[in-house]
Design a protein around this ligand. Structure first.
Ligand SMILES: *Cc1c(COP(=O)(O)O)cnc(C)c1O
Length: 301
């Protein structure tokens, strides 16, 4: 596995600031199962094998990195995969949605449900009905987060990373940051940048995290999950031109925007060493660009 780290400190263009910023390129660990989704699936797939399950079933939205990753990982490990997809109107849009089209090409079978129904997905009778419909399966929760996923995410950090003062990552369901927290050293602070609005995430993280050396920075969700603003697109494009590192618009772009803004606002003490985790998600760019084009907005290059 590649553990490519790229130092970008000297060129971030921040005057009077003595900050070292390093990006851990988890987006490069696999061409299709990007970043944290690879980490989260690893032990779940081993468990499903051990339990002799033939099918993986999971949940996600129209552009879900987790759906794409599960479809690909499932097929390459010999599983049938089922994706329960939020939004019953998507049934007719598989071919025009790059994420669903990719998952389908990996053999994933879909069940499209309304947004109301989707909210009930953790309830017992919802799962029972899925078992009646599809037979036995290994269930992976939305976003892939469970104990085994957190265990996988603990492997993102290694001994070489103990030199950093801050470790930054994007937050969706909180599995990734929980793994980082568990693997961190006491002198390190883990900062999570949620990609969505809401205060529930702290509680979710506390379910999995065994330490208290973390904080959530809620100022950079850009209006909510999957929401975007022209200044974010500009930032992502400038960043890629400058450092030759692509960022995705749903997670890593927002985090990096936030890190740069915080550096500029002198949030980090002089001399701080920051490690930012690039959790991947680049498959989502194509779908986002289709939406941006429809709006007549600039696209991600
Ligand atoms: C899913 C995802 C996240 C969020 O991870 P959680 O473990 O759900 O918090 C962050 N970044 C990218 C690129 C993702 O695809």
């Amino acid at each position: 596995m590649i553990q490519n780290k790229k130092v970008i400190n000297e060129t971030v263009g921040l005057k009077n600031s003595f900050i070292k910023l390093v990006i851990k390129r988890e987006d490069l660990i696999h061409p299709f199962i990007s970043g944290n989704k690879y980490r989260k699936l690893k032990y779940n797939i081993l468990k499903a094998k051990e339990l002799k399950k033939a099918t993986l079933l999971t949940f996600g939205g129209a552009y879900s990195n987790h759906i794409a990753a599960t479809a690909y990982a499932g097929r390459s490990s010999g599983f049938k995969t089922i994706g329960v997809i939020r939004g019953d109107e998507l049934n007719r849009k598989i071919e025009s949605n790059p994420t669903l089209k990719f998952a389908k090409s990996c053999g994933m079978e879909f069940k499209f449900v309304s947004r109301e129904e989707y909210r009930l997905k953790s309830k017992n009778n919802f799962i029972e009905n899925l078992t009646i419909e599809f037979g036995e399966f290994y269930l992976i929760p939305e976003g892939g987060t469970n104990d085994l996923a957190v265990k996988g995410c603990e492997e993102i950090l290694n001994d070489e990373d103990s030199d950093f003062d801050f470790i930054c990552c994007c937050v969706g369901t909180g599995g990734t940051i929980s793994g980082l927290i568990n693997a961190s050293k006491p002198h390190q602070k883990i900062l999570g940048f949620p990609a969505l609005k809401g205060d529930f995430i702290q509680e979710d993280i506390r379910k999995f995290a065994r330490k208290n050396n973390w904080d959530i920075i809620t100022d950079y969700h850009f209006g909510g999950y999957g929401k975007i603003k022209p200044e974010l697109i500009t930032f992502i494009n400038d960043f890629n031109r400058r450092y030759h590192i692509p960022l995705d618009p749903v997670y890593t772009g927002k985090m990096m925007y936030g890190i740069f803004d915080l550096i500029e606002k002198q949030f980090f003490p002089d001399g701080s060493k920051i490690l930012a985790i690039h959790t991947g998600g680049l498959q989502g760019i194509e779908g986002m660009n289709i939406r941006l084009k429809q709006k007549g907005w600039p696209q991600i290059e």
